[in-house]
Design a protein around this ligand. Structure first.
Ligand SMILES: *Cc1c(COP(=O)(O)O)cnc(C)c1O
Length: 390
């Protein structure tokens, strides 16, 4: 069959598992080129290695993060695995330092994969109260001498914002690499590679895809050596994203900035509303002056916004009363605000903090909101009428 070139304006979904190589000469040449681990190969071989639809979606992420390269993977966790494995050398002689407030799945990965299975000497850096103290960080690096630091721009569920440019400066002086999970801040608020972070990862499942219908991750960087290692690792372990998901991501990511801007605006208004409500004890939102890292957030995000996550604590005379009020609130809003264990969805969704982070935050009145991009006043009305009934 003669396959005519179609004048499509969009990258199609290439579902090929293997691509046609015609003859042994081209095969030999293509396999030789494959050892160079280029992100966009001249000829494709096999979709686990590279896929043109995935490459096309990666180019959209590159524009957003303003970086040299991006590699998509089939989940945020596989992006984290890829980024960290780039620095693994069989026997790592220096320890790795993880910020203690990172995503729960990442902590589980450190404990069960890095420490137990791979023998990595992993340590944690704790915040002091509701912020990270730079002096403590400097001291930890001096004593521990880690070869890499792993941090999130905004923590979960307390929304502690890390002063990334300052942390990077300290880390570089200590000859230490920095890997950053930028899922919560997104490239809309902050582009970490511009201040010297070595690798940025995202759970694309969240804001970048933004519709709660794709599971994906991405590793972004500028360094060519790191790119080659990451491509090899993704290929050999099989972390490649599916072309169908890549196609949908490429469509959805085009509205990312619009969506996230609206989510930040909604969250800012809602946080202000909640902090004035008498049924509420306290609100954690980096855009409120009362938050421990308000100043850091203002500097880092350049007043563009403060993210779209809010955590609040309901008032109650006892833990038992708080738990009753929490359950009443969740049930009152459940028609519109669903309890879904993810974030970055189009609609506002919630999570009871104690049920997930109970060991760390045994607070029965606490609820975490992932604010959506629905029309604002309707959202406030739903929450306000639920609070009135408590
Ligand atoms: C969800 C999440 C992850 C994990 O991503 P998956 O797509 O679920 O694998 C990592 N980091 C943060 C901050 C997250 O919120």
């Amino acid at each position: 069959m003669n396959r005519k070139k179609i004048n499509s304006a969009r990258m199609p979904v290439y579902r090929d598992s293997g691509f046609e190589l015609l003859n042994s000469k081209l095969t030999a040449e293509t396999f030789r080129q494959e050892t160079e681990n280029n992100r966009e190969p001249e000829n494709y071989i096999y979709s686990r290695y590279r896929n043109p639809t995935v490459v096309s979606a990666e180019n959209e992420v590159i524009k957003l993060e303003n970086c040299n390269w991006a590699l998509l993977t089939q989940s945020g966790m596989s992006a984290i695995d890829t980024a960290l494995s780039v620095f693994q050398k069989g026997k790592n002689t220096r320890p790795w330092l993880f910020f203690s407030e990172i995503y729960g799945g990442s902590i589980s990965y450190v404990e069960s994969v890095l420490k137990q299975r791979r023998g990595i000497d992993a340590h944690y850096f704790n915040p002091s109260g509701e912020s990270y103290i730079l002096k403590d960080f400097e001291k930890t690096l001096r004593i521990l001498k880690p070869e890499l630091v792993y941090v999130e721009s905004v923590s979960n569920p307390m929304l502690i914002v890390a002063d990334i440019p300052a942390l990077v400066k300290i880390a570089k002086k200590a000859d230490c690499r920095v890997i950053l999970d930028n899922t919560f801040a997104t490239p809309y608020l902050f582009r970490p590679l511009e201040c010297g972070v070595d690798l940025v990862i995202h759970s694309v499942t969240k804001y970048l895809s933004g519709h709660g219908n794709i599971s994906a991750g991405v590793v972004c960087g500028n360094d060519e050596q790191l790119l080659k290692k990451a491509i090899e690792y993704r290929k050999f372990v099989g972390h490649m994203m599916s072309p169908d998901d890549a196609y949908r991501l490429e469509t959805q990511i085009k509205t990312f900035s619009l969506r996230f801007q609206c989510q930040c605006d909604n969250a800012f208004r809602l946080a202000a509303y909640l902090s004035e409500n008498k049924k509420i004890e306290r609100v954690w939102y980096p855009g409120l002056v009362s938050h421990g890292t308000y100043e850091v957030a203002r500097k880092l995000f350049n007043t563009k916004g403060f993210g779209a996550m809010i955590t609040f604590d309901l008032k109650g005379r006892s833990k038992a009363e708080k738990a009753v009020k929490r359950d009443r609130f969740i049930s009152e809003v459940s028609e519109s605000i669903k309890l879904i264990p993810t974030l970055g969805d189009p609609d506002t969704i919630l999570m009871p903090v104690e049920a997930v982070w109970g060991a760390k935050y045994p607070e029965p009145g606490m609820i975490r909101l992932s604010v959506g991009f629905e029309e604002y006043q309707g959202l406030e009305n739903i929450i306000s009428s639920a609070l009135k009934k408590l």
